[in-house]
Design a protein around this ligand. Structure first.
Ligand code: HSE
Length: 416
């Protein structure tokens, strides 16, 4: 029998305990040994929980118990979870986690520590919730040179944007619903401002390109400036707005970003709604391959955590896993040197002269009219593809012109 301890009895941790109890028989059959949750660590009291007898507030009950050989870390964050993970690996205990912040920020160090102690540090649940993506990327697609990863990697923001589009709900109401459903981070700023998706694209890129990609170097913009009007404009272009995380290999460097983007209805990501996540991976041998499923929530995420536990038990006595070398600290291309198209909304004084100026500044643009009556004193258009550096200059120039009152919003357009 293999004893497991769960650190953090929150949404995901309690889901892990629930799945191991509910599917215990088949899990043990697949793993080849019985898997049992021996202890749960949490500083809170859970008097009504069916698992209350397993819950301890004392870490020593777990770390000093040699019969506990696998630790599931579902605390989150890079504070106490970092310390506990290092303690566990140093003591020769395997660690499985859903903690993307910790993996994205301390991955190389923790993987090295796991290797030195002949144990595993696995994190399938850190990206895409229940979607199998890390192991398929590392194993099933290992024969490919991966060129590009494009994804919807945050369930909370995808839920908010879907509710805004489908139900006309406002941002705050949709966020409250996502929180109630257990999708959002403890502090949802990480979701809304794109940091969660940024950590996830950094993890996927590190796996795909076989070198550490530091999330701190990835340009990140969230969805807090996206309005119902932006959604309506997108609709009139047969498109929608999604929070898109992408990374692309360019020579020996990587172009990566997280930002809202206009996504055409011909792109499979257009139809990814609510809490669902999707990841399109482009490899030289396979072409495009897409992964789709529930990207957040108690049982989907716990499903991926428990799969990692089974993986360890099934291959008991072996260690290994991912090898993220820090090959080049400077492996991300500056966002200013990457190219994109922008959708632009302007508040104008006089449509005629503003249109003339837009033509002079941006050259050929694609004018966009909102479905229905449209908005008064507004112009909207899609620019051609050029560098972000040049776009910045053009936005400054247009913003200073007399006929333009304000640049209301600029949203990147996802390329094909
Ligand atoms: N807050 C995250 C999300 C949870 O909404 O996607 C899953 O990582």
């Amino acid at each position: 029998m293999i004893n497991v301890a769960v650190l953090g009895y929150g949404v995901v941790g309690s889901g892990v305990v629930e799945i191991i109890k509910k599917n215990g028989m088949s899990i043990s059959e697949k793993a080849g040994q019985k898997i049992c949750v021996k202890k749960i660590l949490d500083i809170r009291d859970f008097p009504d929980s069916p698992d209350r007898d397993l819950i301890t507030k004392n870490p020593e009950d777990i770390f000093e118990d040699p019969s506990i050989e696998i630790i599931v870390e579902t605390i989150g964050g890079a504070g106490v979870a970092y310390k506990f993970t290092k303690d566990a690996l140093s003591k020769g205990k395997h660690v499985v986690t859903s903690n993307k912040e910790l993996v994205a920020t301390h991955g190389p160090e923790l993987l090295k520590l796991a290797k030195e102690n002949n144990v595993n540090y696995l994190f399938e649940a850190s990206v895409g919730g229940g979607i199998p993506i890390i192991r398929p990327l590392n194993r099933c697609l290992a024969a490919n040179e991966i060129y590009r990863i494009t994804g919807i990697l945050n369930g909370t923001t995808n839920y908010i944007l879907s509710q805004m589009k489908r139900e006309g709900k406002d941002f705050d109401e949709a966020l409250k619903e996502a929180q109630a459903k257990g999708y959002a981070e403890a502090d949802p700023t990480a979701d809304i401002e794109g940091h969660d998706a940024c950590r996830k694209i950094a993890i996927l890129s590190s796996i795909a390109y076989n070198e550490f990609v530091d999330c701190n170097n990835i340009y990140t913009e969230g969805i807090s400036k996206i309005s119902l009007e932006d959604m309506k404009y997108a609709e009139s272009m047969n498109s929608t707005v999604k929070l898109i995380a992408l990374s692309e290999k360019v020579g020996d460097k990587i172009a990566a970003r997280v930002s809202p983007a206009i996504v055409k209805n011909s792109n499979p990501l257009y139809n990814v709604e609510n809490v669902f996540n999707a990841i399109i991976v482009k490899g030289d041998a396979i072409g495009d391959v897409m992964f789709y499923g529930r990207g957040a929530g108690k049982l989907p995420t716990a499903s991926a955590v428990v799969a990692d536990v089974i993986e360890i038990v099934k291959h008991w006595g072996t260690s290994g896993g991912y090898d993220w070398q820090v090959k080049n600290q400077d492996n991300i291309i500056d966002i200013n040197d990457t190219e994109t198209k922008f959708f632009v909304r302007l508040k104008v004084k006089d449509e005629y002269s503003a249109k003339e100026v837009v033509g002079k500044v941006f050259g050929d643009v694609e004018w966009v009219k909102m479905c229905g009556d449209g908005l008064k004193d507004e112009l909207a258009f899609v620019t051609g593809k050029t560098s972000e550096k040049k776009h910045k200059r053009l936005f400054e120039t247009i913003g200073e012109h007399d006929s333009v009152i304000q640049i209301i919003n600029t949203i990147r357009v996802l390329g094909d």
